[in-house]
Ligand binder design. Structure first.
Ligand code: DC
Length: 233
């Protein structure tokens, strides 16, 4: 049947707050399944960074919407582990995009409807055979409402702050645990309370609380859910 689930590449969506493990888990899942991977947060971060570099105001919705639509961003996937490098106007911005300043700016521009609209089709274009693992906040609610499996990953704010701390320290960045926790809590509030595409589980999403769970166990849990959701695939 045209337009039905069966004639489209399958999608698994992983939504949830920052530090819930989505990024790492999505990448491992994509590798295990041999599927494509969409890091939608990186797109919002890239809009924010491009806007800063162009000296734009982060509340100029019309201009930011136009920027999102024509964003000169490219993902390059490593042959070795599938991990993406992100190029903005041919400049490798992978590291700077992960910084806390860029995350805070991204959360601000992500609240603007024109920015979300401007990134919509670009995100949907990632859905190609053999399948897609999509990581974000509104993957299951807005971008891929007909996804084959929707996961909502959570963890306590304290656990998420500890994970982010370790991640950033490992990358050689200088951060404080207390300020990370504050940042996580204020970003959660902003992402959950915004009017467009707020962070919330889709009605048909399965919530997995990853507090105290090792990454491998989270991956196995989701692989088992996928096996259940797609018998015979
Ligand atoms: O997942 P992340 O930390 O890279 O996301 C950066 C910001 O972008 C985050 O504050 C929320 C926003 N975001 C969003 O609104 N919708 C998405 N699908 C992904 C990210």
């Amino acid at each position: 049947m045209p337009g039905s689930k069966t004639d489209r590449a399958p999608v698994i969506t992983l939504d949830g707050p920052g530090g819930s493990g989505k990024g790492t888990v999505s990448l491992i899942l994509a590798r295990r399944l041999g599927w494509h991977f969409l890091d939608s947060g990186a797109l919002y971060r890239a809009v924010a960074l491009a806007a800063r570099r162009r000296g734009m105001k982060l509340d100029d919705e019309e201009a930011l919407g136009r920027l999102a639509l024509a964003l000169p961003v490219q993902f390059k996937y490593s042959e070795i582990n599938g991990s993406p490098s992100i190029l903005l106007e041919k400049d490798d911005v992978t590291l700077v995009l992960r910084g806390e300043a860029c995350g805070a700016d991204a959360s601000q521009v992500a609240a603007l409807p024109a920015v979300r609209e401007g990134l919509l089709e670009r995100q949907r274009a990632f859905r190609t055979a053999p399948g897609l693992v999509a990581d974000g906040r509104d993957m299951g609610t807005v971008v891929f409402p007909d996804a084959d499996l929707k996961i909502f990953l959570t963890a306590t704010p304290e656990e998420r702050a500890r994970r982010r701390y370790k991640q950033l320290k490992d990358k050689g960045m200088d951060v404080s645990l207390v300020s990370l926790l504050e940042e996580i809590e204020s970003r959660d509030a902003r992402d959950s309370n915004r009017e467009v595409a707020p962070l919330k589980p889709a009605e048909d999403a399965i919530t997995v609380d990853t507090t105290g769970m090792a990454i491998d166990r989270v991956v196995e849990t989701i692989m088992a859910l996928w096996a259940e959701a797609s018998p015979g695939r």
